[in-house]
Design a protein around this ligand. Sequence first.
Ligand code: ATP
Ligand code: MG
Length: 504
Amino acid sequence: MADYLYTLEMRLSPDQQRAVTLLQDTARAAGMNVYLTGGAVRDIITGFAIRDLDFTVQGNALKLQKELERAGAEVVATDDDLKTLHLSLSGGVRAEVSTARTETYEKIGKPPLITPATIIEDLRRRDFTVNAMALSLNPGSRGLLMDPFNGVADVEAKLLRILHNYAFVEDPSRLIRAVRFSARFHWPLEERTQARFNAAKENNYIEHISRAAIGAEIEQLAYEDDPLHILHALEKENWLKVLVPHWSTSKVDAAGLNTLLKARQQMNELGYSPNPAPAVMYFLTARLGEKDIADMRKLIPRKDLVEAWKDLEDNAKELAKRLCGKEAATPSRTWKLLSDARPEMVLFLSATARQQTVAQKIRNFFTKWRQVQQKIPLPEMTELHITPQLPEYSKIAHDVFMLLLDGKLRSRTETLKFLKPLAPPPPPPPAPRRGRWAKGSAAEATVAAAQAPGKKRTDAKAKTLAVPAAPAPQSPATDKPKPPRPSKRKAAGRPAGKVKKKKR
Ligand code: ATP
Ligand code: MG
């Protein structure tokens, strides 16, 4: 049996892992069973990126709100009918916590009757087999995969299959979802699903799509890796207009979007993870009328996305202004300004900046100035015991970098001259111990003394017990070379290798 827990841990980012632990602990404390569901389970198996986390609890998810907020989660939207929480968690992790439910559809175009249910019943109301799996996060069954429709087989076959013949009739938004997933994964619809899809299209069931589903589908587009590709696929079916009446791919600023996605890639490679969704919405709707945009915003469930999208241009203007002002008069000040700015704003500005100065500063921030970091003399700093173990290490390293950026340390000699007075005093040798280990301890003390830069060995015992410095003191008994003691040397913040008495 596949070890899904292991795969889960391997595939999730540290922030996503923390989110899983948070949900697991919160639900447990509330006496509810919790499962990872939806796309995260699918993508653990497919290997595609895990975009967001969908949790389902057996019990009322809304009851977890206070506890989650206390733990730092931001509730960005709630759905009182479906008893679902939309969360924004540390590190920008998006999560949804829904109440396990059944949905009974009585009439076309009418919302279903909702009743609380078990997880297995809940899986039956889902859209595709690959999305109808749950992974238990509960003690006793943690890691157990529930897969009543054999979604794993469809993941392996790379097929999208509906759960029953009425899937598209009951909820026509599944038509849009089918196109979106098919375009994203490049997976076809399974034969019977394709036939039902064609029939639903012929009967124009899409006109019964709910406003809530439209909002959810628009929102999902903002998080796609290649949103324009999805828009093209939806347009081909004539369904982009179902989401927004005047929307078409010609309303997209494709060049801007492309620049944005490239800048995002570059930022990701440098270790930043800006949320591109607001900027993606900006470019996807660049040529759309104000009214259509306003309507779209009303429909999107996550209000944090809407607010960020609305504020994007003003915030970017503000940042651009600051980048042209005194606050960014030197490279080091610009570095600080850009480092402190929200990565989303830097990302957006890097794709939209018109002023040459602004564009150049952002370019320098991502390329040229980073190369200056390589001029920080790390080996020499280590020799001076300016190592990460030192409490003031970050500040010293930062100060050197800032001075290098501004060209105030023009050579290695100048840099070392700056660093030397900042070196810490040598560590005192450990006091000799008595008893069984006394000999070893004294030897260590001697080694430490030998290693301590600038320390004169006046101690008689040290002289007499003087052992050759590491590495590999020979054992007289066995004559076998002993390995050096990397752990002790590492703990002392020194490089492994030969120990020489340093002149200072
Ligand atoms: P991703 O988040 O990667 O886009 P996802 O499958 O997780 O994909 P979400 O929109 O996050 O998609 O929905 C989470 C889960 O909720 C889905 O996997 C599916 O099980 C269920 N779901 C969402 N919308 C529908 C729907 N219209 N009909 C039935 N089930 C749905
Ligand atoms: Mg999801």
